[in-house]
Each structure stands twice: as structure tokens, then as C-alpha cells.
Design a protein around this ligand. Structure first.
Ligand SMILES: *[C@@H]1O[C@H](CO)[C@@H](O)[C@H](O)[C@H]1NC(C)=O
Ligand SMILES: *[C@@H]1O[C@H](CO)[C@@H](O)[C@H](O)[C@H]1NC(C)=O
Ligand SMILES: *[C@@H]1O[C@H](CO)[C@@H](O)[C@H](O)[C@H]1NC(C)=O
Ligand SMILES: *[C@@H]1O[C@H](CO)[C@@H](O)[C@H](O)[C@H]1NC(C)=O
Ligand SMILES: *[C@@H]1O[C@H](CO)[C@@H](O)[C@H](O)[C@H]1NC(C)=O
Ligand SMILES: *[C@@H]1O[C@H](CO)[C@@H](O)[C@H](O)[C@H]1NC(C)=O
Length: 360
């Protein structure tokens, strides 16, 4: 057998683990943890360490020529669901392989493949590692890329320090609170107004694998177009190709926006109406403004059937809780289908008649 100290030590160690039904018992709770990176200890090569000392990761070089295959190589699993991965080796002359999942879970086999599986994934931050011990290349390992996810328990939206209607043109801060989501680095929060996307956001906490709650904020300036629309947010876990086909999405409730604005008058300063029609000028605002027409300084009832005597200068007022606005409107009443035209026609007819008479 190849006479270097290390593989033999490891092999002994591994065989020891595989032969022990409860591997926990061989470890003392004190560090070093088996998954901790510790600097290579020179003494390890000179003096064979006793089998009770766990291998440190640094001994398993992830070097080239590590012919381990993990199937699948990336696992995305929902918290509480089962997970399985197969580690196999396609190299001659290896001594064995196994998984190191946590301090309490290690395996070792002399077969060409070894499966790690759990019925319910209830750990957030483990990195299962498959390792092989070879006569030729020494030791090597491959880590399983494992993502344990959990959609948020609750997503809710609100305005920061504000309740009730919004005022037009003011800045407000929307906040979207996402509770208990993992892993937060895969989270994308989107703010919406109606069906319009206002912005996407990602967490600034990038490494936490356990569920966290986070508040995302977005500043908006209210416009009158927002009146009656709904603000809401959505939390989506983007888990990549290995994740579920439909990424988990949780939506907040909808926040009805009421924007106070106006009063505004929408009509031309030269208003042309046909004889018989009514005069009108649109007033906009929330609350709905009331409109009054003034003529010669007096409020007048609007004619529903306007005639020529209604032409002239008016002042229109729109009034609401928020204030009052005025507009001067010059009203022109277009008399029925060519009063002037028919006059001209009669005149021409008369002229024609006179000429005819004269010719006769
Ligand atoms: C693991 O993979 C090896 C190599 O592809 C295969 O021979 C073996 O059957 C697999 N084991 C399981 C349980 O799928
Ligand atoms: C595998 O994971 C361990 C910690 O769990 C880490 O120290 C090591 O660098 C990783 N190896 C690779 C190749 O990423
Ligand atoms: C979600 O959070 C909001 C605000 O904290 C709360 O009003 C609501 O009841 C929660 N919903 C659930 C299902 O927990
Ligand atoms: C949003 O508004 C708040 C207070 O109005 C301000 O402190 C904050 O910097 C603003 N954030 C952004 C991103 O503009
Ligand atoms: C929000 O508006 C919708 C319709 O626009 C209405 O059905 C719903 O009751 C409103 N919600 C609240 C809390 O006012
Ligand atoms: C409008 O007034 C004219 C004359 O002032 C009258 O002939 C016509 O019947 C009125 N039309 C309506 C709809 O009241």
C-alpha cells in the first residue's frame, strides 16, 4: 500500500466513522469543528493524528483532478421538504468516499457512490461536502450548493408616518414589510401603483441563510392621477433554474390612495355654444368642487337652453375645501343653422328677382 501517512490516517479515521453507529460520540464538543477551516498543521504530516481527531477541511483540497460528481450539483429545497444528493467517483485507485454534512453526520464508504438524503430539511445553513480519499491524488472534496428557502409569512404595505388622504405634489415614503423570508439575498421586492411597476428592490443583507424580516422603502411624490389607484408590493424569491418552476410570490394587501387636489376648471376662455345648448365648464378636484357662474357680479343660474342674449362675459368659480379658483369665460352663442346664411340667401334671391323683373 501507498505509504504516505495522511491517506492512511484518514482512511483509518473514515473507517472508524463508518463503523461507529453514533459518530457524535467520537467528537468532543470543543473546537475544532470538522467544517471549520484550520490552517494545515505541520504536525499532522509528521505525527499521525489519532483517529478521534476530525479531519479539517483544509486537508481536503478541492484541487484539479477531484473526479467527484454530485447529482444534482445544486439543490434548492423548501424548508421541511426532503432532499437527496448522490456523490460518485470516476477514478481508479481511490480508497473511499463519504459525506460530511455536520458535526454529527458523516459517512464513509468503499463503494463508488454515496447518497446523502434527509426526509425533512430543517437546517438553514449547512454545506454538505462530499470527500474522497485517493492513493494517487490524496484527498479532495466537492461542496453541494444547497439553498434552503422559505416564502415570507406576511408582506404588508403602508405609508411611513402617514394615514389618510394624500395631498397632491407631496413626498411620501411607502414601506413594504416582508416577514420571515429565507434566503433574503434571493428576495426581490417590487412596488406597484395599480399595474405600474414603481421599482424593484433587493436586500442589503446578503449572507444570512436563516429567515429574516426586512422593511423596504420607496419615496413617491403624489399626483392627482394617483387618486383612486392602489399601492401594493410583492415579495418574490428568485431561486434560479434549480428552484421551483413558479418562484414563490407573496403579495401585500392593496392600499387605496386618495389624493386631495383641485379645485380646477377645465374649459376654454372663449366658449362657443350652439343656440339651445347649455353652458358648462368642467370642474375637477377631490373633494368634488362646486361651480358657480357669475355675470355682472351676480351669481346666475345657467341657461339649459341658451339663446343669443346669453352671450357675453362670465366669471366661473370652482370651490372646495381646498380653496377656490376663478376663470373668466367669454361666451359666444352660435345661432341656429345659418341665421346669417339664410339672410344672405334671401337677399340674393331678392336681388335675382329684381334683376329678373328688370330684364323682363
Ligand atoms: C449514484 O450515482 C452513481 C453513478 O452515476 C450510480 O451508479 C448510482 O446508482 C447512483 N445512486 C443512486 C442511489 O441513485
Ligand atoms: C466547502 O465548504 C467549506 C465550508 O463548509 C469551505 O471551507 C470550503 O472552502 C468549501 N470548498 C469549496 C471548494 O468551495
Ligand atoms: C400581516 O401584517 C399586517 C401588518 O402587520 C397585519 O395587519 C396582518 O394581519 C398580517 N397578516 C397575517 C396573515 O399575518
Ligand atoms: C426618502 O425620503 C426620506 C424622508 O423624506 C429621506 O430621508 C430619504 O433619504 C429618501 N430616500 C430616498 C432614496 O430618496
Ligand atoms: C379600496 O378600493 C376598492 C375598489 O377600488 C374597494 O373595493 C375596497 O373596499 C377599498 N378598500 C378600502 C380599505 O377602502
Ligand atoms: C329653447 O328656447 C327657444 C326660444 O327661446 C324655444 O323655441 C325652444 O323650444 C326652447 N327649447 C327647449 C328644449 O326648451
Amino acid at each position: 500500500m501507498y505509504a504516505s501517512g495522511r491517506p492512511i490516517t484518514l482512511l483509518l479515521f473514515c473507517l472508524f466513522i463508518s463503523a461507529t453507529s453514533s459518530p457524535v460520540s467520537i467528537y468532543t464538543p470543543a473546537p475544532p469543528l470538522p467544517l471549520q477551516i484550520s490552517p494545515p498543521s505541520p504536525s499532522a504530516t509528521i505525527l499521525p493524528s489519532p483517529p478521534s481527531s476530525p479531519p479539517s477541511v483544509s486537508e481536503f483540497t478541492a484541487g484539479v483532478g477531484c473526479l467527484l460528481t454530485l447529482t444534482p450539483s445544486t439543490v434548492v429545497v423548501r424548508f421541511g421538504d426532503p432532499v437527496t444528493a448522490n456523490c460518485s467517483i470516476s477514478m481508479m485507485g481511490f480508497l473511499g468516499l463519504g459525506w460530511i454534512v455536520s458535526r454529527a453526520t458523516s459517512t464513509f464508504t468503499l463503494d463508488c457512490s454515496v447518497v446523502w438524503s434527509v426526509d425533512r430539511m430543517t437546517e438553514w445553513s449547512i454545506t454538505p461536502m462530499c470527500y474522497a480519499v485517493s492513493e494517487v491524488t490524496g484527498q479532495c472534496h466537492k461542496n453541494l450548493s444547497l439553498t434552503v428557502y422559505k416564502p415570507p409569512d406576511n408582506v404588508s404595505i403602508s405609508f411611513v408616518n402617514h394615514a389618510g388622504p394624500l395631498s397632491e405634489g407631496q413626498q411620501y415614503t411607502l414601506q413594504c414589510e416582508v416577514q420571515d423570508v429565507a434566503p433574503v439575498k434571493n428576495l426581490i421586492v417590487t412596488f406597484y401603483r395599480g399595474q405600474t411597476v414603481l421599482g424593484h428592490m433587493q436586500s442589503s443583507i446578503n449572507t444570512e441563510r436563516k429567515p429574516v424580516s426586512e422593511v423596504f422603502t420607496l419615496n413617491i411624490t403624489s399626483t392627482k392621477e394617483d387618486d383612486g389607484l392602489q399601492f401594493w408590493c410583492e415579495a418574490k424569491l428568485e431561486l434560479g433554474a434549480e428552484g421551483p418552476q413558479q418562484p414563490p410570490v407573496v403579495e401585500s394587501e392593496k392600499l387605496n390612495a386618495t389624493v386631495l387636489f383641485g379645485p380646477q376648471l377645465v374649459c376654454p376662455t372663449k366658449l362657443q355654444v350652439k343656440e339651445g345648448e347649455s353652458l358648462s365648464c368642467e370642474a375637477r378636484g377631490n373633494p368634488q368642487p362646486s361651480v358657480t357662474w357669475f355675470r355682472h357680479g351676480h351669481a346666475v343660474a345657467l341657461p339649459t337652453n341658451s339663446s343669443r342674449e346669453h352671450a357675453g362675459k362670465y366669471t366661473v368659480s370652482a370651490h372646495s375645501l381646498l380653496g377656490e379658483t376663478f376663470l373668466t369665460v367669454q361666451v359666444e352663442v352660435l345661432t341656429g343653422e345659418g341665421t346669417t346664411n339664410s339672410c344672405t340667401r334671401h337677399f340674393l334671391l331678392a336681388v335675382l328677382l329684381i334683376w329678373t323683373i328688370n330684364w323682363l
